[in-house]
Design a binder for this molecule. Structure first.
Ligand code: HGY
Ligand code: MN
Ligand code: MN
Length: 405
């Protein structure tokens, strides 16, 4: 099947018409439809569909006699709130399209090849990015994962159970990991470097260390029209000061800091709120810098809170260390692609990926496809059809190389 037809078959799932963005949150109806799409797509190709203990989906092009490790490709199907169509799904759809291309060309792999779709990569529902690969690799304990809560207080265990999975079985799978020789994730570029260079496809070099922290500012609710400023304990003020301090701290260190999610409780327009809960996303070129930025932001939050008689706590929800992708695999991809006429420049990225989590356990690599808008985590995210096709050709070449010997 062509990339375009396959792409179109997934496109309507989880799309929120008023914004044009995607709301594919883990273990919801939209997620179930994505999972059903994955299984059907695998079966249509004669691939063996399976689900691991963490709920990640796999489609296996088995090799009955080979004892060699598998080559795995894929990405994720979940989205951030009102995310773009490409972040995640491009890697999964391209993986199936690349297999179609290889099968149509009569390619016979000498080892298994598989497509994977990992759960909750964005952490949009349960707060922890790359949850599926963290579980698979043992980077999070099953008990801790089961207790993760979404914004409505539903636990991961209950959400998985409601979706028909056995949450009691979640956990790492060393045997599955040991059966894999390499993982290659294709992803839409979340910036405009490729557009600037004029290249359709690039190769990942490293991922900045990054994480999420939750800040709770607790004040005292009161009347907006009758409470004198001097008598207020308004958590909105230290929160606002912290947002500005975060920008300043990050900018001063060549890092990034973002508050993209905030709630004011109870949320009355004519009342001082009792609590402001905010989520900080911070990223830096190295871990020491990231720590310095965080220390600066935390201390600004504490100082502003105490100035306004507000309590504050800072809690880490998610952390991903610096990742340098496997140099041997990266060079091999570069040689394969350059032999096929791709410029294939190397790119660092500030975005997190399952390939980054898996890199701690096996050789991993990434391919990026040009994004002419340079925008991601937004409905404006884009990749042109010709570049998506180029990505499929590039991925097929890589799978042919890695899976053919
Ligand atoms: O948030 C990230 O870096 C990624 O897009 N999951
Ligand atoms: Mn993303
Ligand atoms: Mn992604």
């Amino acid at each position: 099947m062509s990339f375009a037809a396959l792409w179109d078959s997934l496109l309507p799932v989880g799309r929120h018409a008023p914004t044009g963005g995607y709301r594919r949150y883990s273990w919801t109806e939209a997620d179930a439809a994505c999972r059903a799409w994955f299984t059907e797509t695998a079966q249509e190709r004669g691939l063996r569909a399976s689900c691991d203990r963490a709920g990640n989906l796999w489609a296996w092009w088995d090799h009955p006699r080979s004892a060699r490790g598998a080559i795995v490709t894929g990405s994720h199907l979940d989205s951030v709130p009102d995310g773009g169509a490409f972040d995640g799904p491009l890697g999964v759809v391209s993986a199936f399209a690349a297999i179609d291309l290889l099968m149509a060309g009569g390619f016979v792999p000498v080892r298994p090849i598989a497509v994977a779709a990992f759960c909750e990569e964005e952490g949009a529902r349960f707060g922890l990015a790359c949850l599926g690969t963290r579980l698979l690799t043992g980077a999070i304990e099953p008990e801790a994962a089961r207790e993760l809560r979404d914004g409505s207080g539903v636990s991961l265990a209950n959400a998985m159970t409601a979706a028909g999975l056995d949450a009691g079985r979640i956990g790492s799978d060393p045997e599955l990991l040991a059966s894999i020789s390499a993982f290659v994730e294709l992803h839409v570029e979340q910036g405009s470097a490729l557009d600037g260079i004029g290249a359709a496809v690039g190769i990942g070099e490293s991922i900045w260390p990054h994480g999420r922290w939750r800040l709770d500012f607790l004040g005292r609710p009161d009347h907006a029209g009758t409470t004198r400023f001097a008598d207020r304990r308004d958590p909105m003020l230290p929160y606002a000061a912290t947002v500005l301090a975060a920008r300043q701290a990050a900018a001063g260190h060549g890092a990034l800091a973002t508050f993209g999610k905030v709630t004011a409780e109870p949320g009355g327009a004519n009342a001082i709120c009792s609590a402001v809960r905010a989520w900080l996303d911070a990223r830096a070129p190295d871990e020491a810098t990231l720590q310095r930025v965080l220390d600066q932001i935390s201390s600004a939050a504490r100082n502003a809170a105490s100035e306004h008689g507000v309590a504050v706590s800072v809690r880490r929800e998610s952390f991903s260390p610096l990742v340098a992708f496997d140099a041997g695999l990266r060079d091999r991809l570069a040689a394969t692609l350059r032999a096929r006429g791709f410029a294939a420049p190397l790119l660092p990225t500030g975005a997190g990926h399952d390939a980054g989590v898996l890199a701690a356990r096996l050789p991993t690599a990434m391919l990026f496809v040009r994004n002419p808008s340079g925008v991601s985590h937004s409905p404006a995210e884009r990749a042109d059809p010709a570049d998506c096709e180029a990505g499929v050709v590039a991925l097929a070449a890589v799978l042919e190389d890695l899976g053919g010997q």
